[in-house]
Write a protein that binds this ligand. Structure first.
Ligand SMILES: [Zn+2]
Length: 104
């Protein structure tokens, strides 16, 4: 997806990809292939003389953080998987670790 920059600095999606690439090629006195190569390299390209008249390819969204899996520890509380502590009486959350450990 192509995006173009607005005068407030924000980027918006724009479906007129070929039109903008053609304008950018004219503005930069180069070929559309060159413009496409620049866009594919992650660069922004000016298509008009205004400072904000830039186009770019929309950056790929960052992979969302996976939801942590919750598991029930032997102490009865839910803890994030891998965050449970191993006490002598079973797995526990951090707060119950002493209670779940032998010797009390
Ligand atoms: Zn607990």
């Amino acid at each position: 997806m192509l995006q173009r920059q607005l005068s407030n600095g924000k980027w918006i999606d724009d479906s007129r990809t070929e039109e903008f690439i053609s304008d950018a090629a004219d503005h930069n006195a180069t070929t559309t292939d060159d413009i496409i190569a620049r866009l594919e390299a992650g660069k922004r390209v000016r298509y008009y003389s205004d400072w904000y008249a830039n186009i770019r390819y929309k950056p790929a969204p960052r992979a969302p953080r996976p939801e942590p899996q919750m598991v029930k520890a032997d102490c009865g509380h839910w803890v994030e998987e891998g965050q449970g502590m191993s006490a002598s009486l079973g797995t526990s959350c951090a707060r119950c670790y002493d209670r779940m450990s032998d010797g009390f």
